[in-house]
Design a protein around this ligand. Structure first.
Ligand code: DGL
Length: 276
């Protein structure tokens, strides 16, 4: 079991925030990543579609014989957490570990949550926070333009387009006097610098990072880590062209991954496993 890879999926680049952390905390692990770049964004789609896509993504990872699946996507984790019930391997989404980290971080008991429209509609993070501490005030805001910005490479905190959009969505949270902000979509840490500029002195909680830390603890507890002397390998799969993804992912991960990215037809996976 131990040599099997960790499977990670997202609608696109966002799940790399979890991969980046996995590479740092578990350097011996093999990782298989699937970014559904042909169908991104998920966050403005219906529950049925998000659930169907997420199940197809997880099923693709199972064909790679992974030992754990991480839905490194706030939208899939919020809208379709039940997909984990039908998988043959352990599964985690991002909501619970991220909410717990935010509760640990807040000092004034005011937490902001930003995510895709689909995520915010579910109230998933708020529910999870209130489960831990009902006295915490939670302020939610959807930011539907953030994912398209990131997927198109608009990530610099010096870019006026980025700062304008960030300001538009986050000004209400500044007024709410939050001291902690959940980046409830895994794409958002990629524009963390711009978000911090708009909300100085607010602690940002990175859903990809917190989930990777949680996944590492799951593997440790179940004795499923790979052996120490292995150097982990990464394979990346996308459902659209490999070029754009390779470039942006390489910048974000700080390494050249161009030879490790392959295209797959996710519709074929759906047909083969009758997940249409
Ligand atoms: N990274 C996904 C999330 O965490 C983005 C969803 C989308 O494609 O809209 O929600």
């Amino acid at each position: 079991m131990t040599k099997q890879a960790i499977g990670v999926f997202d609608s696109g680049l966002g799940g790399l925030t979890a991969v980046r952390e996995l590479l740092s905390v578990l350097p011996n692990e093999n990782i298989v990543y699937f970014g559904d770049t042909g169908r991104v964004p998920y966050g403005n789609r219906s529950r049925e579609t998000i659930k169907k896509y997420s199940m197809q993504d997880a099923t693709f990872l199972l064909t790679k014989n992974v030992k754990l699946i991480i839905a490194a996507c706030g939208t899939a984790s919020s809208v379709a957490p039940e997909i984990g019930d039908n998988l043959s391997v352990p599964f985690t989404g991002v909501v619970a570990p991220t909410a717990a980290a935010a509760v640990r971080a807040t000092k004034n008991g005011k937490i902001g949550v930003i995510g895709t429209t689909a995520t915010i509609k579910t109230g998933s993070y708020k529910r999870e926070i209130k489960k831990i501490n009902p006295n915490i005030d939670v302020y939610e805001q959807d930011c539907p333009l953030f994912v398209p910005l990131v997927e198109n490479g608009f990530i610099s905190a010096d870019d006026q387009v980025v700062t304008l959009v960030v300001e538009r969505y986050l000004s209400s949270l500044r007024e709410a006097d939050i001291d902690t902000l959940i980046l409830g979509c895994t794409h958002y840490p990629i524009i963390a610098e711009a978000i911090s500029k708009a909300l100085p002195n607010v602690r940002l909680i990175d859903s990809g990072r917190e989930t990777a830390i949680y996944a590492a603890s799951l593997l440790k507890e179940s004795n499923s880590l790979s052996e120490d002397n292995l150097k982990g390998k990464c394979e990346f799969y996308v459902s659209d062209t490999t070029e754009g993804f390779s470039t942006l992912a390489g910048i974000f991960l700080g390494r050249d991954i161009s030879g490790q990215v392959s295209h797959i037809d996710i519709e074929d996976v759906a047909k083969k496993f009758k997940l249409g």
